[in-house]
Design a protein around this ligand. Structure first.
Ligand code: MG
Length: 369
């Protein structure tokens, strides 16, 4: 089987309301999504998506994905999309780094391989470990009452997990965390996500001030160096996501004991082919795992939850349904949808569905062998 054609679509995915990170420092209104259709000489067509969470969040850029694909496409023509590591090697050779630019291609190849072998993504990744993926809401920064009201809206949708964005003023963060923990329902899971906003000093102050609560923090500081230094000075469990990009990052995290939780974001790490190695290394070292899209439609969510389902239930902390924050749906009624706050495996081969092409607008690029 050979890749014969790659078609690229650009679609803006507006958020239903403005979204604030890092204590309000960063604002997001729309996500720049790239959808890729890969066709083969055997008539099987695969789809992938690459959607960064804006361009101010981490080094990833919507237009950069499309520019990257322009560079990658000639190196992919004629390759067998089922040979995932050969595709990965060809992409890494043609364009070193730029992992976020590669994940849509990677997913489309997984989709083709799944269709060719009549296996779902979750089956190809090792199988469904059961229990469903607990979907975490994403709660924008604001006053304690504002944040609790967002949580209540998600509860009404069945959510039992929340990723709560903190990382502003130290005193306000302590107040937010204490208030939300007082109002947390039994069995509800809250992850406090700092999105790199604290200095080392601020992280130590806040995390120690609420250490009696037993809550976990995600990405408290900017770099792995920062987190490595505060780790022995604090007691609360730490998740690393934004500075978990490569297998080398994961090696360092487990070797130096920097975190207890790995936050694997598929688009950031370059797709499922690389993400499954991060999963394996985290499991080998006893780290629990969140698996999420970096952002995007039901397609990105389904990809992430397919990997999450392959993680043993006791090590799987949760996933995300970014689709619930968008005003547009590129595949109405299809893919993984929240059922009482959980995603469950699909039985269809590959990713299990294709976007409705008419909803993506005109192709912005076509590459042919
Ligand atoms: Mg995070």
């Amino acid at each position: 089987m050979k890749i014969t054609k790659i078609t690229v679509f650009h679609k803006d995915l507006p958020l239903s309301q403005p979204y604030f990170l890092s204590g309000g420092r960063l604002r997001f209104d729309v996500l720049d999504a790239t959808f890729v259709k890969i066709e083969t000489d055997e008539g099987i067509t695969g789809w992938g998506e690459g959607t960064p969470w804006g361009h101010t969040y981490v080094p990833a850029h919507g237009p950069g994905i499309r520019a990257g694909i322009e560079t990658l496409a000639p190196a992919l023509m004629g390759l067998d999309p089922r040979e995932l590591e050969m595709i990965e090697y060809a992409m890494d050779k043609q364009l070193p780094g730029h992992l976020y630019a590669k994940s849509a291609i990677d997913l489309a190849c997984w989709d083709i391989k799944g269709q060719a072998s009549n296996m779902s993504l979750t089956q190809m990744l090792g199988g469904d470990r059961g229990g469903g993926v607990r979907i975490m809401s994403s709660v924008s920064s604001g006053t304690p009452d504002y944040m609790l009201n967002i949580i209540k809206d998600y509860r009404a949708m069945g959510y039992v997990g929340h990723s709560v964005k903190v990382g502003g003023d130290v005193e306000k963060d302590i107040e937010r965390i204490r208030f939300l923990e007082e109002n947390r329902l039994p069995g509800e899971r809250i992850l406090y996500d700092v999105n790199r906003a604290w200095s080392r000093r601020e992280a130590v102050i806040v995390m120690n001030a609420v250490s009696d609560l037993g809550v976990s923090f995600e990405q408290p500081c900017e770099t792995l160096d920062d987190i490595a230094r505060i780790r022995p000075l604090t007691q609360s469990p730490i998740s690393v996501d934004e500075t978990l990009v490569t297998l080398q990052d994961m090696t360092r995290i487990v070797h130096e004991g920097i975190a207890e939780i790995a936050g694997i974001k598929i688009n950031r790490v370059g797709g499922l082919t690389k993400a499954r190695r991060l999963r394996d290394m985290a499991l080998a070292h006893g780290l629990q795992i969140y698996v999420m899209a970096t952002g995007g439609s039901v397609m990105a969510d389904t990809e992430a939850s397919a990997l999450a389902l392959s993680i043993p239930e006791e090590m799987r902390l949760g996933g995300w349904a970014c689709q619930d924050m968008l005003t547009v749906d590129i595949a109405p009624g299809k893919g993984m949808r929240s059922q009482d706050g959980y995603h469950y495996a699909l039985s269809e081969a590959g990713i299990g569905f294709a976007p409705e092409e008419s909803l993506l607008g005109n192709a912005v690029a076509v590459y042919e062998a």
